[in-house]
Design a protein around this ligand. Structure first.
Ligand code: C2O
Ligand code: CU
Length: 475
């Protein structure tokens, strides 16, 4: 029972019996709302296929794909007791939240992974509004691929929805990619497939929207809707399109951008985009959310079915989201300069790298499951890539010397993409995960204002597992 239910129950009982309500302190111990990780079943494949055994999160009862939406207002506290009913240790990472280090869930750096049968209490403030997500951060390449991910929505401090020029409704769309066999079961024997890891990662063959293949999304003619798009896939980069719906981008990775028209939206693993669409009054051809599956062909992954009473279309110009007002601007004049060179993978490789303190050639690295390196170190968890004093601006030049794109994520901080933004980014955008194309160099900057040990890794989780992993220290 959640604490809310218990309090409601106590209050209700008191009203019936006329007894005084017990003061809160008299309750023995107020239990945190539970987030239970456990095996369950989900209908991922289209109707007619069997349900898929997955691992998922639940608040009560059976687990859900995606996990239950967690929703608070900016500045509010999130409290959850992780209960691990999985056959493996696990931990929960709150992706993109500028969180207190001890609550980051980045096992084994910020906490030990929670063994089966045990629990862990997460209690933190979500300081910035926006679209986020939570996911397993232990054996992520397996646990996230099995389904351990869910949306985390931090609402604006002052209401935006319903204001003149804003959307009147919002919809969270969690996009995922699953590797299923002919019986709709997850392909189990390829969690750490080194061949996939040396290429684009463990790609799936079934894309779902909110855990379903080709769902119908209802929309009213004339309606203006805010879509919160989240890519929870472990490897798939998703080029998306919403033809006929005049999509305008209003936020990336939770952070507002000045509204801009977009023909396509590129979402790397872990990235989010908030997009406003205007549903036309006369939606002649049924519209859809399309994805480029990788061969340049756009396929529909969700139908947008117009129905119900038409709404008067908004005449107002689109209202931008309010600025966060919580992020310090980087001071480039006094920045600490750092570099991150990414090497490895198929078709380019690397001659050698350090793994666990030993210099190894490519063969030896591969026999240890390593095919990637950051600054010549594969999976460098012993020492930080760099340290920054609290409050110092870090300017990080990232060079991708491989033939594959990567989605680089910094924990605990949002960063600004500078003028050298690469082809896949717009300079000035503020993000927590950035796509860097093959043989590209881009620069980011952030104020290191969150003390602790913060992971920095590729969010293609098989790349993370096979070497693209490190951390930096602040304070
Ligand atoms: Cu989304 Cu290190 O994680
Ligand atoms: Cu990568």
């Amino acid at each position: 029972m959640t604490s809310l239910n218990r309090r409601t129950f106590v209050a209700g009982a008191a009203a019936i019996s006329g007894m005084a309500v017990l003061p809160r302190s008299a309750l023995v111990q107020e239990a945190l709302p539970v987030l239970r990780a456990a095996p369950s079943m989900a209908q991922l494949a289209p109707a007619g296929f069997p349900a898929t055994p997955v691992w998922s999160y639940a608040t009560q009862g059976a687990g859900l794909i995606p996990g239950p939406e967690i929703r608070v207002r900016a500045g509010e506290r999130i409290r959850r007791r992780l209960v691990n009913d999985l056959p493996q240790p696990t931990a929960v990472h709150w992706h993109g939240i500028r969180i207190e280090n001890a609550m980051d869930g980045a096992a084994p750096l910020t906490q030990a992974a929670v063994p089966p049968g045990a629990g862990f209490d997460y209690d933190f403030v979500a300081p910035d509004p926006g679209t986020y997500w939570y996911h397993s951060h232990n054996r992520g390449w397996e646990q996230v691929a099995r389904g351990l991910a869910g949306p985390l929505i931090v609402e604006d401090r002052a209401p935006w929805l319903g204001e003149p020029g804003a959307a009147t409704r919002e919809l969270t769309l969690v996009l995922d990619d699953w590797l299923l066999d002919a019986n709709a079961e997850l392909v189990e024997d390829r969690w750490d497939d080194l061949h996939a890891a040396a290429h684009g990662g463990r790609l799936g063959n079934t894309v779902t929207v909110n855990g379903a293949a080709y769902p119908d999304l209802e929309a009213r003619p004339g309606e203006r809707v805010r879509l919160r798009l989240i890519n929870t896939a472990t490897a798939r980069i998703m080029p998306l399109a919403l033809p006929g719906l005049s999509p305008r981008l209003i936020a990336l990775d939770g952070h507002p951008v000045p509204p801009r028209d977009v023909e396509t939206i590129l979402l790397g693993p872990a990235q989010r985009a908030d997009v406003v669409v205007d549903v036309p009054l006369d939606l002649e051809a049924p519209s859809a959310l399309f994805i480029d599956a990788g061969n340049g062909e756009w396929v529909s992954i969700a139908a947008i079915a117009a129905g119900g009473q038409p709404l008067e279309p908004s005449e107002e110009a689109l209202l931008p989201l309010p600025a966060w007002g919580t992020l310090r601007a980087p001071d480039l004049a006094a920045s600490q300069r750092e570099t991150l060179v990414m090497e490895g993978g198929a078709m380019r490789g690397m001659s050698e790298a350090v793994y666990r303190g030993e210099t190894m050639d490519f063969r030896e690295l591969a026999s240890n499951g390593m095919v990637w390196a950051f600054n010549g170190v594969a999976h460098g968890m012993d020492t930080p890539m760099f340290r920054a004093d609290l409050g110092r601006t870090v300017q990080l030049e990232m060079t991708n010397r491989s033939m594959f794109p990567h989605a680089i994520h910094l924990h605990g901080h949002h960063f600004e993409v500078l003028a050298r933004s690469g082809a896949l980014n717009t300079s000035g955008d503020v993000r927590d995960t950035v796509l860097i194309g093959a043989e590209e160099t881009l620069e980011i900057a952030f104020v290191a204002d969150n003390p602790g040990k913060w992971m920095l890794h590729c969010h293609m989780l098989s790349h993370q597992a096979s070497g693209m992993m490190g951390w930096f220290g602040v304070g």
